[in-house]
Design a protein around this ligand. Structure first.
Ligand SMILES: C[S@@+](CC[C@H](N)C(=O)[O-])C[C@H]1O[C@@H](n2cnc3c(N)ncnc32)[C@H](O)[C@@H]1O
Length: 296
């Protein structure tokens, strides 16, 4: 089989040029990055190494594999689902359709929790991660905070399985318990009242009618249950803020991720939420308000 219309297998450089043209034609913002990531994946080499061997011909089987990967990306399948794994906080998480791929903005939440715990001198904290998805927040906190115990909750049975798999992959399954249920319900069932130094989460916050306007990778492929925050995007965070005081210890805190432009209503919500003494906010790397802190 010839490739990229050349009548022979293409070189690395030619394969990349072909893929960039295909992906640009499909309307991707990042055709070059996608092409390089997919070819590195097919060849099992780093992106740096890939660019250093641009004149090497691709073996036929690798070329065919690459064509298949590019075709999926052309249909706007998110890169994390194609690769089956995605990086968060320097760790690689198993990600599959049915589970939201962790976003760089969410690292702001993990970092805020670690800093606040360290500032308060809280060692071996007990943490709840509500809406854990693939377990990105729960597993990172368990991995980076010595002796931390984390209870992670998700309403999706599939997410619970994937989060357990990620906890095992990173060697923290002994300190991360993953429970199925609606928000705090599994904690209530276990009698975990005022049991947590930290309650945190990245709950769905996209206004329902905006989901159809998201880029196709998100709106078409990522699970609605991970995005849909109700008519105004406020349902889950509002429920969580009104109940959190029952589960956080006195002297503990909550950290909640929220969407672009939502800080004014989140601030109002938390200021009047039961048990909250003081609130704070952290910005993401683009400078946008992203994480709300509520101190109890
Ligand atoms: C935005 S995703 C975040 C996933 C992960 N924490 C992350 O940051 O990558 C929200 C998660 O909340 C879960 N979820 C939605 N409604 C929930 C509820 N009522 N109770 C518990 N989890 C819920 C979804 O299944 C999804 O995994």
């Amino acid at each position: 089989m010839g490739g990229a219309g050349l009548g022979r297998e293409p070189t690395v450089k030619e394969a990349l040029l072909w893929a960039v043209a295909v992906l640009r034609g499909a309307g991707l913002d990042d055709p070059r990055a996608s092409a390089e990531i997919l070819l590195s994946h097919a060849l099992g080499v780093s992106r740096g190494r890939l660019l250093a061997c641009g004149d090497d011909p691709l073996p036929l089987d690798k070329w065919e594999e690459f064509v298949g990967l590019v075709e999926r990306r052309r249909r706007r399948v998110p890169l994390p689902y194609i690769l089956g794994s995605w990086e968060f906080m320097g760790l690689y998480f198993v990600v599959r359709p049915g589970v939201l791929a962790p976003r760089p903005e969410t690292e702001t939440l993990v970092e805020a929790v670690m800093e606040e715990l360290s500032d308060r001198g809280i060692r071996r904290p007990v943490i709840a991660d509500i809406g854990t998805g693939c377990g990105a927040i729960a597993v990172s906190l368990a991995k980076y905070i010595e002796g931390a115990k984390v209870v992670a909750v998700d309403i999706s049975p599939f997410c619970v399985e994937v989060a357990k798999e990620n906890a095992e992959r990173h060697g923290v399954l002994g300190r991360v318990e993953v429970l199925l249920g609606d928000l705090f319900e599994p904690l209530r069932e276990r009698g975990l009242l005022e049991a947590f130094d930290v309650v945190c989460g990245n709950l769905p916050y996209v206004p329902r009618e905006a989901i159809g306007r998201l880029q196709p990778e998100v709106g078409k492929f990522e699970p609605k249950v991970a995005l849909d925050g109700g008519p105004e995007g406020r349902d889950l965070l509002t429920r969580a803020a009104l109940e959190a005081h029952k589960f956080v210890k006195k002297g503990g805190f909550c950290a909640w991720e929220f969407g672009a432009g939502q800080w004014p209503w989140v601030r109002t919500l938390l200021k009047s939420a039961p048990g909250v003494r003081r609130i704070g906010m952290r910005r993401d790397l683009s400078g946008r308000p992203r994480v709300a802190l509520a101190f109890y």
